[in-house]
Design a binder for this molecule. Structure first.
Ligand code: AMP
Length: 356
């Protein structure tokens, strides 16, 4: 049996963006303290955390002091350097575990691992140079998408190919970064499942949400998703299978494409996820609290949805709509306290209760 962390313990969080901020709030609701580690000055999470360390992921001394000051380490993003993880993990428990990070940091490793697990992904091929690019296009065909294996987010590091003659230019765009070519999936819907696994192996999934992206960035998530019951079950089972195979602890986001022949896994994110923000106003226990419970060795909430919700991201100038949104009685606003509004920058989100 796991010994739960007592209230008053400190949760260490790598990354000080909006996800770290909402994790800190959830931690404080359960009586925990939070300590944020973030290279950038004045991070959004710093406004609500007990402590902030401003230091680089290469700063061994700062990492050591951080680990010594916390009871458990978690993170809000997956691209943490291995050297930093080595230092932290030697001192304190790290959740979710290294294997989840290793797999999700690299699209080729991730797709290979998912297909080995018996799940379906888009057809894919490894691309390392002009020659393997030509082979990949011959194998996968077009339309297809060339993606960098690492460090891609919000549609960055991706080029779409409509015909094979675009192969050379697409590869040139990648600046020699190891990549994967993915076959284009003709999906009817994009959905995601946010699921959690506790230290004792309890698994709890939230209802699948229906996601709409614009310019590669999540625009809205709607629950319930317009999804046949069979696919709802398939999605939740696939997420559970992934969590169990990884002996995962914490919350994970699993994104799927829905096609007439079944679900295709797009990607997994070993952390709380933007498409799970609806749970803040649609469930008794939201994804952030669920994650803190898991990493603290507490039992999970059951994830039951008590309302229909449309989550809308407030990006850049969408912030001008805040006064009007605030005047609507059924819209919960979650603003991230970012000093500067920039185009494409996630500034907050609004959860509209469409049926309670
Ligand atoms: P990603 O960064 O891989 O999640 O891709 C961002 C968005 O691009 C996805 O949410 C889809 O809307 C679209 N996309 C990515 N990969 C594919 C694919 N293989 N087929 C069709 N659309 C895709």
């Amino acid at each position: 049996m796991t010994t739960p962390l007592p209230t008053g313990s400190t949760i260490g969080i790598l990354g000080g963006g909006q996800l770290g901020r909402m994790l800190s709030v959830a931690a404080s609701r359960l009586g925990f303290k939070s300590h944020i580690y973030e290279p950038g000055a004045n991070p959004p999470a710093g406004q609500v955390a007990d402590r902030v360390t401003t230091a680089a992921y290469e700063d061994a001394e700062a990492l050591t002091a951080f680990a010594q000051s916390v009871d458990v380490v978690t993170y809000e993003f997956e691209n943490i350097p291995t050297s930093a993880l080595d230092i932290l993990e030697a001192l304190k428990p790290l959740y979710p575990n290294r294997e989840a990070l290793r797999i999700s940091q690299d699209r080729l490793t991730e797709k290979t691992w998912l297909t080995d697990l018996g799940l379906q992904t888009a057809p894919f091929a490894d691309v390392t140079d002009a020659q393997t690019m030509a082979q990949a296009v011959a194998q996968i065909g077009t339309p297809s998408i060339l993606k960098t294996r690492r460090f891609g987010y919000d549609g960055k590091g991706q080029v779409r190919l409509k015909s094979p003659d675009e192969a050379e230019a697409a590869w040139a765009d990648m600046n020699d970064a190891p990549s994967v070519l993915e076959g284009f999936v003709n999906f009817s819907l994009e959905i995601s499942v946010i699921a959690a696994r506790s230290q004792d192996g309890q698994v709890s999934a939230f209802d699948p949400g229906e996601n709409v992206h614009e310019d590669g960035i999540l625009r809205t998530t709607t629950v319930p998703a317009k999804l046949p019951a069979r696919f709802q079950t398939d999605a939740v089972l696939a997420a559970g299978k992934i969590l169990n195979a990884l002996e995962y602890v914490g919350v994970m986001g699993v994104e799927f494409f829905v096609t007439p022949t079944g679900l295709i896994v797009n990607e997994i994110a070993p952390r709380v996820h933007n498409s799970g923000h609806w749970t803040q106003n649609g469930c008794a226990i939201d994804q952030f609290e669920q994650h803190i419970r898991a990493v603290a060795g507490w039992p999970l909430g059951d994830g039951t949805r008590h309302a229909d919700v449309v989550m809308e991201n407030l990006i850049g100038d969408d912030m001008d709509r805040v006064p009007a949104l605030a005047a609507e009685g059924n819209v919960a606003l979650h603003l991230y306290g970012k000093a500067e509004t920039k185009p494409g920058r996630k500034m907050g989100h609004a959860n509209r209760i469409t049926k309670g």
